[in-house]
Write a protein that binds this ligand. Structure first.
Ligand code: CMC
Length: 437
């Protein structure tokens, strides 16, 4: 890291010297760790608009250029040339696997896909109509009770074992949540299938007949997994880091990430986006779009879901890849005229030419087209965020491992700007005598 300083001149004329740290690419950061000791002041940055919460070597985003790199490799190249499990290996280990490591890793993951049979009893405690993300949050958290031989976050071997378990078992848990909701028998994983193929099998296979994995669907799903695998310090990843920073076990930290991802401003946006597209279709389709755009302009609470991003102020590269996958899947189904896809394309075009969106640099994000693909694959809307969660699990783990191995690692503990009442005494209150007991 290159080093220079910034000097802050305070109101009383005193000076505070703070180091400036430079990474390999991207903006430099002002190291404010000694600010409080030197000035008695904190920084104030709700929503972390200008705060780097950690150093990381995993994922880099250039929001202005619309660039996303995993360990230096552009997402476009990875999505085109690698399988999701190779991308998992890359995120966890820093390098892409050679042929031997690739097949060893795939073999390892595929031999951990079953979940402890006892987990099924736990699952059966949920209501059938529970949201899959509620079920998933519970199941992932419960894994610490079922696999307690790998819950020491400070033990590298435990972290490795729990990483493999989580990557391997998340698709099984999502499929279990689905099958439980629809009342169908659970399907045990099949080790000879690919990661994506196995998930499709566990979702849509039944004991009554053979299930043949459609290769176009398999490729599309694998790409969805890859595009969601990591995204630097987003809300759920920061949640996993903060939760893990207390030394809690990896399954508990990942369960916290699942809970955070659920929200509609984050992973829940794919579900919200598809609901929005359905709503527009029902209200008149393409002809209703201008009314909808006006509603957004008139009411801040109405958002064009699948648009906008805290970091991307340009086209999200994942949205472009997802759009391409959308074409491929709909062509396979011979339904290029899918009304939702028509509405999405028209909506994107209108929004990209509209002053409101141009001025605010709002572009489609990954969730704008992912819902249409998932729906075409037969995945119910309520399960969309679960697919995001199973894909992002590897990113959460890689980031958690990186944090634990960082020499600067400390429990996360933000400070605050207190705006409540200063100290006051209860003696001044007229408390009725019998209120105490
Ligand atoms: N539709 C309409 N207006 C929007 C949208 C949108 N989707 N996104 C932002 N704006 C407006 C917002 O109202 C604000 O306007 P003004 O300057 O007049 O107050 C301005 O654009 C800046 O927005 P912001 O909310 O301050 O930006 P943010 O960085 O805090 O929020 C966001 C980012 C993703 C939460 C937001 O763009 C959003 O809610 N988008 C819709 C939900 C969505 O698609 N989320 C998925 C994100 S990608 C997947 C993931 O990482 O989870």
């Amino acid at each position: 890291m290159s080093e220079e300083n910034v000097i802050l001149v305070l109101a009383d004329g005193s000076k505070v010297t703070l180091p400036v740290l430079g990474g390999s690419v991207g903006p430099k950061v002002i190291d404010v760790r000694k600010l409080y000791a030197q000035s008695g002041m904190f920084t104030f940055d709700p929503g972390f608009m200008s705060t780097a919460s950690c150093k990381s070597a995993i994922t880099y985003i250039d929001g202005d250029q619309g660039e996303l790199l995993y360990r230096g490799y552009p997402i476009e190249q990875l999505a085109e040339k690698c399988s999701y499990l190779d991308v998992c290996y890359l995120l966890l280990n820093g390098e892409l696997p050679d042929t031997t490591s690739s097949s060893q890793f795939k073999n390892l993951v595929s031999h951990h896909t079953m979940v402890n049979e006892q987990m099924l009893f736990f699952l059966r405690g949920f209501r059938r109509d529970a949201h899959p993300m509620a079920v998933l949050t519970g199941l992932v958290g419960a894994m610490s009770a079922f696999y307690h031989d790998s819950i020491d976050i400070n033990n590298a071997e435990h972290r490795h074992v729990s990483a493999i378990r989580l990557i391997a078992k998340m698709p099984t848990l999502v499929a279990l949540a689905y099958k439980y909701g629809v009342g169908q028998p659970f399907m045990y994983p099949k080790n000879h299938l690919s990661h994506a193929g196995n998930f499709l099998y566990m979702m849509f296979g039944t004991p009554c007949e053979d299930y043949i994995v459609n290769p176009v669907f398999e490729k599309a799903l694998d790409r969805i997994f890859t595009l969601h695998a990591d995204h630097e310090q987003n809300a759920s990843t920061s949640t996993v880091r903060l939760c893990g920073s207390s030394g809690t076990n990896p399954f508990a930290a990942i369960a916290a990430g699942v809970a955070c991802l659920w929200g509609p401003a984050h992973g829940g946006a794919n579900e919200a986006c598809l609901n929005m597209l359905n709503d527009i279709c029902q209200k008149g389709g393409v002809s209703y779009i201008p009314t909808f755009i006006n509603a957004i302009k008139e009411n801040k609470d109405v958002k064009l879901m699948g648009f906008g991003h805290r970091v991307y102020k340009n086209y999200d590269p994942r949205a472009r890849l997802m759009q391409q996958t959308c074409y491929e899947v709909l062509a396979q189904l011979d339904s290029q005229s899918d009304p939702l896809f028509q509405v999405a394309q028209a909506l994107e075009k209108i929004a990209l030419e509209d002053e409101y969106f141009i001025k605010r640099k709002l572009y489609p994000n990954v969730d704008f087209y992912s819902g249409i693909v998932l729906r075409a694959l037969g995945i119910p809307t309520k399960l969309f965020t679960g697919i995001f969660a199973l894909s992002r699990t590897v990113g959460w783990i890689a980031q958690l491992n990186e944090m634990i191995s960082d020499e600067d690692y400390k429990i996360g503990r933000p400070r605050q700007l207190f705006v409540g009442s200063p100290r006051r005494d209860m003696d001044e209150l007229q408390i009725p005598e019998n209120a105490v007991h």
